[in-house]
Design a binder for this molecule. Structure first.
Ligand SMILES: *Cc1c(COP(=O)(O)O)cnc(C)c1O
Length: 428
């Protein structure tokens, strides 16, 4: 594939923007080579500036569950844009999106819209600290909750890809109250609560860990942290920025039947425009300004275009069997990828939940960040390049999840599996 124009643009971009990108993993650091620059997108495809076409399993890192430029979303945005792009005043659109979310996740009695997942988690934890009057936060190694200072500890994903265990610029004092435990290790959580239970404001968790590859919660893990938080008077925060509307139409809380006190959302609820949200029990949310004293605000929060894209996306997903169709395609893809790896004699662990898929180049299933980080990253890099050359764009890091959309039909799954068989054979 010729990527000459992309390569020129990347050279120019590196002089103007750190690493040439607006977010780290986009730079292809973990897989080598340089990123392609996108010209446009349609359905399941990205088209780059050199006119190469890629079947896209990144989907803007999750939001585009209807695929790119979905006609209904685009038409609604076109109508909306003529009515103005931002008002800084309330609209009925916020109510509509809030209702769609609350119907899908009944634990969300009240919600506040923000502009990103990072803002959502940061604000939810401020609220949890205010509600409990405590300062410690417990998070899990390999879980990513955005880039707020207090959460940039053992943070998986892009941080893991870059091999930064932490980030310079985060004062030690800021993370002094952040405790960490291994994901799926309930005993470790138990010990931390035994030692400091009265000081822990909240446990924040990705209920399915999807920023260290894809790691499912083991039986009893989510129930166990629900029980421990309740016993010790701490809040349970589910970070469903990624899992919301992806692992189940009701999020991970709908799938596993474990009900958090607060939930953070992003990605799918914005339908490809910048949206985040946090919500939960009314008595907690009533502390948020202006109803209560916990300050949090945003110039563009509740933006009418962003609300419109979110509303259209969630409405489309509610139609009969739409979500299930994506999950079925994901199931077939995961089974096919696993079989293709085995046939080529390549040790590969494909994991799947809902519309998400993960692939580790590892001998045994992965249940924690400790295990995930031993997966073979060089082999993944070769596989990624081999797939890209065959027109399939996978997330450019083994520690990112693959995303599917309603636009990934039978033909696209078959195309991907044919490419995977060839790619596995090439790297075996
Ligand atoms: C993507 C993500 C975030 C951060 O969201 P941004 O919109 O990138 O700030 C937070 N938590 C999880 C689980 C995510 O996957």
């Amino acid at each position: 594939m010729n990527r000459q124009r992309s390569s020129h643009l990347f050279d120019a971009a590196r002089g103007l923007m750190p690493g040439g990108v607006s977010s780290p993993v986009r730079a292809f650091g973990a897989v080598g080579g340089s990123p392609f620059f996108v010209e446009r997108a349609e359905g399941p495809y990205l088209i780059d500036v050199d006119d190469n076409r890629y079947l896209d399993y990144v989907l803007s890192w999750g939001p585009l569950i209807l695929g790119h430029a979905h006609p209904t979303v685009v038409a609604a945005l076109q109508r909306a844009i003529h009515r103005g792009t931002s008002y800084g005043a309330p609209t009925e659109l916020e109510l509509d999106l809030a209702r769609l979310i609350a119907e899908a996740m009944p634990s969300i009695e009240m919600i506040r819209f923000v502009n990103s997942g990072t803002e959502a988690t940061m604000s939810a934890l401020r609220l949890a600290r205010a509600f409990t009057g405590r300062s410690k936060i417990l998070k899990f190694a390999g879980c990513y909750h955005g880039h707020a200072d207090l959460l940039l500890v053992q943070a998986g994903s892009g941080v893991a890809t870059l091999g930064l265990p932490d980030s310079p610029g985060v004062p030690a004092a800021t993370v002094a109250d952040t405790l960490t435990a291994p994901y799926n290790d309930l005993d470790a959580v138990d010990r931390l609560f035994a030692a400091a239970g009265a000081e822990i404001a909240a446990v924040i968790v990705e209920p399915v860990a999807a920023n260290m590859g894809l790691v499912l919660p083991v039986a009893g893990f989510l129930d166990g942290i629900r029980r421990l938080t309740t016993e010790h008077g701490a809040l349970l925060v589910f970070d469903e920025v990624l899992t919301g509307f992806r692992v189940h139409p009701g999020g991970a809380q709908g799938r596993y039947g474990v009900i958090p006190d607060l939930t953070t959302l992003g990605k799918v609820i914005g339908g490809g425009l910048p949206v985040g949200a946090y919500g939960g029990r009314g008595e907690i949310m009533e502390l948020v300004a202006p109803a209560g004293p916990v300050y949090q605000a945003g110039t563009l929060s509740g933006n009418p275009l962003a609300m419109t894209a979110g509303i259209e996306t969630l409405r489309a997903l509610r139609e009969d069997l739409v979500w299930e169709g994506v999950a079925d395609a994901c199931e077939r893809l995961a089974a096919g990828i696993g079989a293709a790896a085995t046939a080529a004699g390549v040790p590969g662990q494909a994991t799947r939940v809902g519309t998400l898929l993960g692939l580790y180049f590892a001998e045994a299933p992965v249940a924690s960040w400790e295990q995930a980080k031993h997966a073979d990253t060089r082999r993944f890099a070769s596989f990624h390049r081999a797939m890209l050359e065959r027109g399939v764009y996978l997330p450019p890091s083994q520690f990112e999840t693959w995303f599917l959309s309603t636009a990934h039909g039978d033909a696209e799954i078959e195309f991907t599996l044919a490419a995977a068989r060839a790619a596995f054979a090439a790297i075996a």
